[in-house]
Design a protein around this ligand. Structure first.
Ligand code: FAD
Length: 478
């Protein structure tokens, strides 16, 4: 069977499906090929399920806290958790969202072909249908289920995402799992060892600890969340300690013991030790998914393991585009979506470039961490003379009322014209402030704009205004 289309998208993650929806809205004939589930890593085994599990773990942890001696005066009997039910609840959210994506694609006239795409050349792709697959969409005549379909296109958009990095001496399988398996546990391990203290390892490690497992984290760098600065990470490290998470920093794993019951590692002192573990989560990073679908046949320029793109997401081959995790860091769903939307608009004839002033990054740890724009160190490296000011959550009334006084909001602004170039923050529910941070930078706000805006009281957002006022030398509540 052969199909013809204007735009062919490989991959139905946040990059691919958003590109397809926008292309559909703009009247571009679009086919989207997805081998697994619509929604990609983000909706199925990434952002959404991890945040659902983090929420469930937090609620359970709170209930346990109330069963003890809560200063709020709340008393409960000793709670228990049915992890099967928790996972089923999470799956329900995933199903609702992925079903919603399918409905949006259909509404916008996108033809979805279920199957694994293989690139033949820059304009031709072969799709091996998955059993029970089939297509949905306007016209929905094509069914790739169990057969091979050849699709010819004018524009090919690559959005195949990324995959978890496997340690060659500790491959996935059995008790050694990636985040995907860790998000759907059938049982809770007695002792979970997490390899890697980046955001995925810490988000899931903290959740497992709050669900009642013993958790040990092994990290090669000298601190957790090594991509972030020390001051920002300190409240997270302190919380891990108070939760009883064991940390082994400057330590590297060597593999599993022969009986598969322990993780062998070299600790900071250079000694080889074994930590018994009944499950091991390897979270040492993700890499662009470039193998197994004929990408190499296009001989595109690469940027390390990622596909090289320009600021319109064009690859080195005409009318072949690439977006999302396939194009490297930052591997974030909102970047993939923004790129996808832009590519659809360029193909429709609009003038667009991918030049965001900032892309927010959030760690849903306890407490949460947000980084937007330049840190003081990055600003200095760029030769910018900046004012840096912090406002602590401990001086924010709302933070006290939600028992979350750990953390702060930090602003970085140019000294000469007070233009805000960066925000960093750590604290309870701080992820929701990322919107205010990124809007101020994208809109070119100066300290006076944020300091002079009336922020609702009592809210955590007042810490944003106070940080700006403090940078101007006249904070009110400190
Ligand atoms: P993906 O979402 O990976 O989608 C690619 C799709 O392409 C997949 O569905 C795949 O099946 C399909 N595909 C690949 N090859 C083929 C082929 N040959 N034929 C057909 N289909 C193919 N990001 C955030 O912004 N915030 C978070 O809080 C966050 N949390 C995360 C938590 C975890 C545990 C993980 C693992 C990731 C998290 N991420 C988060 C990262 C986020 O999931 C990714 O950045 C995002 O999904 C990338 O989108 P994408 O469209 O580039 O690729």
């Amino acid at each position: 069977m052969t199909m013809e289309t204007t735009l062919l998208i490989i991959g139905g993650g946040p990059g691919g499906y958003v590109a397809a929806i926008r292309a559909g809205q703009l009247g571009i004939k679009t086919v989207l090929v997805e081998g697994a589930q619509l929604g990609g890593t983000c909706l199925n085994v990434g952002c959404i399920p991890s945040k659902a599990m983090i929420h469930a773990a937090e609620e359970f942890h709170k209930a346990c806290h109330y069963a003890g001696d809560s200063p709020l005066g709340i008393r409960t009997a000793t709670p228990s958790i049915d992890v099967g039910r928790t996972v089923a609840w999470k799956e329900g959210i995933v199903k609702r969202l992925t079903g919603g994506v399918g409905a949006l694609l259909k509404k916008n006239g996108v033809q979805v072909v279920r199957g694994w795409a293989r690139i033949l050349d820059g304009k031709t792709v072969e799709v091996r249908g998955v059993e029970g697959g089939g297509s949905t969409g306007a016209g929905a005549a094509n069914d790739a289920g169990g057969q091979t379909t050849r699709i010819r296109c004018e524009h090919l958009l690559l959005a195949t995402g990324s995959e978890a990095v496997e340690l060659p001496f500790m491959p996935f399988g059995g008790n050694v799992v990636s985040a995907t398996e860790a998000l759907s546990p059938e049982t809770l391990p007695g002792h979970l060892v997490v390899v890697g203290a980046g955001y995925i390892g810490l988000e899931l490690g903290t959740a497992y600890r709050k669900l009642g497992a013993r958790v040990t984290v092994v990290e090669a760098a000298g601190r957790v969340l090594p991509a972030y600065d020390d001051e920002l990470v300190r409240p997270v490290a302190a919380r891990l300690k108070s939760l009883g998470v064991e940390l082994h920093l400057e330590s590297s794993v060597l593999g599993m013991s022969e009986d598969g019951k322990s993780v062998r590692m070299k600790n900071a002192g250079g000694e080889e030790v074994a930590i018994e573990a009944d499950r091991v989560l390897v979270a040492v990073g993700r890499r662009p998914r470039t193998a197994g679908f004929g990408l190499e046949s296009l001989m595109l320029d690469m940027n390390g393991r990622a596909v090289r793109i320009d600021n319109q997401c064009r690859t080195s081959m005409r009318n072949v585009w690439a977006i999302g995790d396939l194009t490297g860091e930052p591997m974030l769903a909102h970047r993939a979506m923004a790129q996808g939307e832009m590519v659809a608009e360029i193909i429709a004839g609009k003038r667009r470039h991918f030049m965001p002033a900032a892309i927010p990054a959030v760690c849903f740890t306890d407490p949460e961490v947000v980084v937007v724009g330049l840190t003081p160190q990055e600003a200095a490296k760029q030769g910018l003379d900046c004012i840096v000011a912090n406002f602590p959550y401990a001086a924010n009334g709302r933070a006290m009322t939600i028992e979350g006084t750990e953390g702060f909001v930090r602003v970085v602004a140019r000294k000469d014209n007070h233009l805000i170039v960066g925000w960093q923050a750590v604290g309870s529910a701080i992820s929701e402030l990322s919107t205010a941070f990124v809007q101020s930078i994208e809109m070119g706000a100066q300290l006076e704009d944020v300091g002079g805006t009336i922020h609702a009281h009592p809210t955590l957002g007042e810490a944003v205004q106070e940080a700006a006022l403090r940078a101007l030398g006249h904070a009110l509540h400190i």
